[in-house]
Design a binder for this molecule. Sequence first.
Ligand code: NDP
Length: 286
Amino acid sequence: MTIILDGKKTAQKIISKISEEVFKLDVKPKLGVILAGDNPASLIYVNNKLKIAKEIGIEVDFKHFTQNLTNNEIIKKILEWNKDDSVNAILVQLPLPGILYAPSIIEKIDSKKDADGFTPYNIGQLILGYKPYAEPCTPKGIIRLLKEYNIEIEGKIAVVLGRSNIVGKPLSALLRQNNAAVINLHSKTSEKNILAFSKQADILVAAIGQPNYVTSEFVKDDAVVIDVGINRVNNKIIGDVDFKSVVDKASYITPVPGGVGPMTIAMLMENTLELYKNQHKKINPL
Ligand code: NDP
């Protein structure tokens, strides 16, 4: 029987543990969040993140840039937060509007305050298999969800559809670190090869932003299927996996919504607390 990976319940469990820890702290962790532009989806994501942070006692400082959108304006805020000891974690909501250049902005975040784990240092550590200050939230959330359900990663063939810097690439690195054999595919892979490789996957992850792209013919019997996609179609949220067509073939599958999305937010809260703890660590002079 197929098991639905309940990201919502798992995330709630993680968030409630974080909340208990935050409750005991005299000085609360603080998360600085930057949103640039008026992308409605980004606004919803940011509001969800701010809402949960506030609910569990994490302080937030939210800066929404709507006018005078320049790299310099945003970088000025980041540098200010880098120097401010009361701000423990910084997040710049991606994607940024086209007139801004994300790499020049993200690289300015102090890696010790990098809530999303996207700075070149943190990504470099991740790719090299060393410990970053924080791991990117969506990939980290996927690995955590697999582990919470005791799904073996080691020795498995993992096929990741999508190679973005925020999902596909870091997830491929994390799966590799967990000793999977990873195949990372993208839009320049032929459809024939996407189908052929996907059918080999013990763990199949779709992170391409193409509604219902993965149908049952892509899926090996008893594969674990992870759907990262969030696509708005006719005011409904649709994943990259055609759930109805795949559900009976998979051993485990994430729903959309209620799968990877809530785990992403839980990992952001966890990263914020971990960065805080790292900054408050008593330094042993020896
Ligand atoms: P991007 O648009 O940045 O990247 C999409 C990737 O998919 C690219 O690597 C692209 O290839 C590849 N791709 C596109 N079409 C195909 C195709 N037909 N076959 C194979 N590969 C393809 O998207 P993101 O990675 O940011 O997001 C992916 C999806 O996940 C989106 O729906 C997004 O909304 C969602 N998302 C969900 C999150 C969550 O918390 N649940 C968090 C982040 C994203 P190429 O590199 O060649 O262009």
